[in-house]
Write a protein that binds this ligand. Structure first.
Ligand code: ADP
Length: 445
């Protein structure tokens, strides 16, 4: 790219110089030509009187040294006098353009190429009172010779200008490219000063993408570390119990207890792995989720029914309120999971004797789902983070109630997949309300 810019600049400069030289030469030649013809005219008008009074020969001698030539014809175009040739041998000049023009209009002019390319002959003619024509001629450089004469000078200027252009092109390309090179060397510490502003939006975009990539990589790494850690605890327990049984160190009554421990830990592993698989499915873009018309009220009702037993165990009441036939466009499995995670949390983080209210209703702009509990609430400082993977306010409570720390991360993903929005309202000690607003669903039926 550097070479390309450099070559283009030099090419543009060379073309500009070439055309300027051609144009300027043409203009100057035109001025030069007009000037010579004008001089010849002044001269011929000055000597007209003398020529008429028969002094043309003397005049001819006088001007011979100045490189000029004088010719006199009679009214029929026959040459009466010529300062350079023998008039008796000269053909009739009546048809020469400048003489014909002078005979017709009083004055005539012409420029003709000489025998050599490098010279042109300039003619100016005036009609005399007796009808004859007096013509003065002068050889001068042709446009080619002027070009040729100007060539060394032009060449020199061209060389100097080209050298200058090459220098400027070099400086320019270096200047143009250096911010990009600097950027490539150190993307994060790049700042606007010293570069051109057109690059700024581009840099900002790349920086943002770069930061996102780094953040993503960090998150993945953290997630992997967390997953390993989470898996380790139940596996260690299983391995411990199994070892005790294997070594015959467990009494008959302990074996049942240990088997129960193994069962619990294995169950925990299964839930954890299920949640991880769910998350990675939701993260990926490969899978196409089929969307259909769903009655959110129906699904909420099924979920409340399913969790009734768990609520009873926690001494919590659970109730469903709202409007039947509240439709949304969604993936059934995902919405069931969202409902389950929200209601399950509302039961697990509740107080004995507390309540959970699930509400589904229509709004002008869509369908709302509210899951409200009178539980332990979430302190302000944790509210932003509870949707992160493995983030828990109270780890032991989460674990003891079978939590994985992934439920709300899954909810957040599902909400995003449905183009819905999520709001959390909670006060420590009083309770929590989570609201999901689904976009309006129009259907033809
Ligand atoms: P977990 O499996 O631990 O419940 P979640 O992702 O579902 O994980 O929730 C993350 C954390 O948010 C929980 O550990 C808990 O501290 C807090 N939390 C979630 N829902 C509620 C709620 N309804 N009331 C109080 N705290 C809650």
């Amino acid at each position: 790219m550097k070479k390309k810019i450099y070559r283009m600049l030099v090419l543009i400069a060379a073309l500009a110089i070439f055309f300027t030289v051609v144009f300027v030469t043409l203009v100057y030649y035109e001025l030069f030509r007009a000037q010579i013809l004008d001089d010849l005219r002044t001269f011929v008008l000055l000597v007209k009187e003398e020529a008429q009074s028969g002094q043309v020969e003397r005049l001819g001698e006088e001007i011979a040294g100045n490189g000029m030539r004088l010719t006199l014809t009679d009214r029929d175009g026959n040459v009466v006098f010529d300062s350079e040739a023998d008039q008796s041998r000269m053909e009739n000049h009546g048809a020469r353009p400048e003489i014909a023009e002078a005979a017709a209009t009083g004055e005539g002019r012409a420029v003709r190429r000489s025998a050599t390319l490098s010279e042109s002959t300039f003619y100016y003619a005036v009609r005399l009172e007796d009808g004859g024509v007096l013509r003065v001629a002068k050889d001068a450089g042709s446009i080619y010779s002027i070009f040729a004469r100007a060539l060394p000078f032009v060449g020199m200027v061209l060389a100097i200008l080209m050298a200058l252009c090459m220098l400027v092109a070099h400086v320019l390309t270096v200047k143009l490219i250096s911010p990009i090179e600097r950027l490539a060397e150190n993307l994060d510490e790049y700042n606007d000063s010293g570069s051109y502003e057109e690059l700024t939006p581009f840099v900002r975009m790349i920086q943002k993408q770069h930061q996102d990539i780094v953040k993503n990589a960090q998150m993945r790494q953290e997630f992997t570390a967390n997953v390993s850690h989470e898996l380790k605890t139940p596996l260690t327990a299983i391995s411990g119990y199994a070892e005790l049984i294997e070594n015959g160190m467990a009494e008959q009554e302990d074996v049942v207890r240990f088997a129960h421990g193994i069962h619990n830990s294995a169950g925990r592993l299964l839930t954890l792995i299920n949640d991880i698989i769910r998350l990675s499915e939701l993260d990926g873009t490969e899978r196409e989720w089929s969307m259909e018309r769903l009655d959110l009220y129906d699904l909420a009702s099924a979920c409340v029914e399913m969790l009734a037993l768990s609520a009873e165990k926690h001494h919590v009441t659970i109730a469903l309120l709202g409007t039947r036939e509240s439709y949304i466009l969604g993936n059934k499995q995902m919405i069931e999971e969202l409902l389950y995670n929200l209601c399950d949390n509302a039961i697990r983080y509740n107080n004995e004797g507390g309540s959970v209210t699930v509400q589904v209703c229509h709004r002008r702009r869509g369908t709302l789902l509210l899951v409200k509990d009178t539980g332990i609430g979430i302190p302000k400082e944790h509210q932003e983070r509870i949707f992160e993977r493995f983030y828990r306010v109270d780890k032991s409570r989460s674990k003891s109630t079978g939590g994985t720390g992934l439920g709300l991360a899954i909810v957040k993903h599902i909400v995003a997949r449905h183009g819905a929005s999520l709001e959390l309202e909670s006060e420590a000690g009083k309770g929590t309300t989570i609201q999901v607003s689904f976009p309006e669903y129009r259907f033809n039926s």
